[in-house]
Design a protein around this ligand. Sequence first.
Ligand SMILES: Nc1ncnc2c1ncn2[C@@H]1O[C@H](COP(=O)(O)OP(=O)(O)OP(=O)(O)O)[C@@H](O)[C@H]1O
Ligand SMILES: [Mg+2]
Length: 309
Amino acid sequence: MITCRNLSKSYGDQIALKDLNLTLEAGDAFGFIGPNGAGKTTTIRILATLQDPSEGDAWIGGHSVTHEPEAVREVLGYMPDQFGLYEGLRCWEYLEFYAAAYRVPRRRWASLVEEVLELTDLIQKKQAFVETLSTGMRQRLCLAKTLLHDPKVLVLDEPASGLDPRARIELKLLLKELSKMGKTLLVSSHILPELADFCNKVGIIEQGRLLASGSVNSILAQASRDRYRLRIRVLQRCDEARQVVEQQLEASDLEVSEDGFVLTTAVTLEGQADLLDKLVRDGFRPIEFAHLKTDLEQIFLEVTQGLTA
Ligand SMILES: Nc1ncnc2c1ncn2[C@@H]1O[C@H](COP(=O)(O)OP(=O)(O)OP(=O)(O)O)[C@@H](O)[C@H]1O
Ligand SMILES: [Mg+2]
């Protein structure tokens, strides 16, 4: 549904995006993660046909963004990172204005406006002037506007920025809902965990280059390849147990707590099972021996470390 081939963009000497290759299937929800200046907005604006790439091309629903921008706009809903709202309009007027711009037949305006207001939970604000809305509501109104022409593909540039924690959760639920409706989503953010639970794919971009991409699980596996974060807790003689563990396997990043410790090791599963056997045999009475998931925040730091270090 979205394909990028060697998509690149330079501004003079400044390379904003370099050889982006990406394929998203219909129904995918893709989290596009990167720090400030990584190239997220650049990519999104190219997909939204607002900017031409310097090299490469992208296709949305099979249409080239450079050769068939009008066909792309018909299937694409784009929400910019910063947007103005026309003041002096009520929410419904604002939406009807855009329905007209999207060339929706007039007889459908009223029901369509109701529909997108319901979906974005703004129906109470139908008669309110747009300038009286809170930041989170404005964000949702902008999303409502983006949904008017029932686009199959949604490209949202940091839709959660500026929202309080509750509004973020609500937005996340809304995006989940849209994903369930079968829409293909590309959503950018600085914050990984925010996207992880509704995106089936994520990509990490920095300095214009896509450093890692794939399913959330494959990214997790990639980053924690052959390394385990292990938590061990014992009922007694915790200090002694720690010494045994350190003798038995090579460990790093050791964190000690009252009744146990967490460490990172490259030792095989076989070796870990041997260690557990030994702890039991030596009478330490282990109550926990668990692999902790490397969290996405950690992966983000590890993946991007290569470039910034
Ligand atoms: N119009 C422009 N002229 C010159 N350089 C630009 C222009 N737009 C973007 N850039 C540069 O391209 C790079 C990528 O910017 P981009 O806005 O795509 O980053 P981003 O990932 O969206 O960052 P943020 O998280 O801050 O929104 C940056 O180095 C930026 O300075
Ligand atoms: Mg940006």
